[in-house]
Design a protein around this ligand. Structure first.
Ligand code: BEZ
Length: 235
């Protein structure tokens, strides 16, 4: 049973496992405190380490950009609160990296010295490390459902263009009932629902308007960047 708990991992479509925790911004009750908002819950291996520092500075730098599309950030590591506070202070006071300086991390960073939360979310992956969380990223939607999970190993810093792209793609898919093709970015064509739900194969192949079919099962339509941004960005 204990072994089973060690490797339990929530899956896409599951409700985000609930927990209460102490953070650098006070106590949180997750995901209840974030009802009605998107939230990215992410873990990092350890405070006072270089890859994590580069990532934290980048997350903090992009916090406003995420907020504009109704998304909050919540970090976690298995370090304690005083370590978190000292590390974030060092980042603000001492580190200048890639043009970022005086970076203040305003989003909550969870202390998880018991590893209770990290275990619940499958962030401890013993073959990589049994004492540190891997770099996990959970996208939780406004209803508290896990919509995407990305894991990176300890040595690999995350790609923040991709983290943001995933959020925008998820929100666009929800808003317009479409799917997004490989490497999609706002302004690119989107994929319309599969045959059967949207006319016959012949009608679809003939398309018309903004619709284009590569075959009966693969149809797209144009969606300009402004349409996407207008729909997602908070006024
Ligand atoms: C880092 O953030 O630099 C790091 C943390 C744990 C293991 C390896 C690298």
């Amino acid at each position: 049973m204990e072994e089973e708990q060690m490797i339990s991992m929530p899956r896409i479509g599951d409700p985000a496992p609930a927990f209460k925790a102490v953070t650098t911004q006070g106590d949180i009750n997750f995901p209840a405190d974030y009802k009605g908002e998107w939230v990215i819950l992410f873990s990092h291996p350890a405070d006072f380490t270089p890859v994590c520092t580069s990532e934290f500075m980048t997350f903090a730098h992009m916090e406003e950009q995420f907020a504009k599309v109704n998304c909050k950030l919540v970090g976690l590591s298995v370090d304690g609160l005083y370590s978190h506070i000292a590390w974030l202070r060092t980042i603000k006071e001492k580190i200048e990296y890639r043009g970022m300086k005086n970076v203040e991390v305003k989003f909550p960073l969870i202390e998880d010295i018991t590893m209770e939360v990290a275990r619940k979310y499958g962030m401890i992956q013993p073959s990589e490390s049994s004492t540190k969380a891997v770099r996990a990223v959970f996208y939780v939607d406004p209803k508290g459902i896990i919509r995407t999970i990305i894991y990176y190993p300890l040595s690999l810093g995350r790609n923040f263009d991709e983290l943001y792209r995933v959020l925008i793609a998820l929100q666009t898919a929800d808003k317009f009932s479409i799917a997004t093709p490989a490497d999609w970015r706002p302004g690119d064509e989107v994929i319309v629902p599969t045959a059967g739900s949207c006319g016959t194969a012949k009608e679809r192949m003939e398309g018309g308007g903004d619709m284009k079919c590569y075959d009966w099962f693969f149809c797209t339509r144009k969606m300009d960047e402004q349409t996407v941004l207008d729909a997602l960005i908070k006024k």
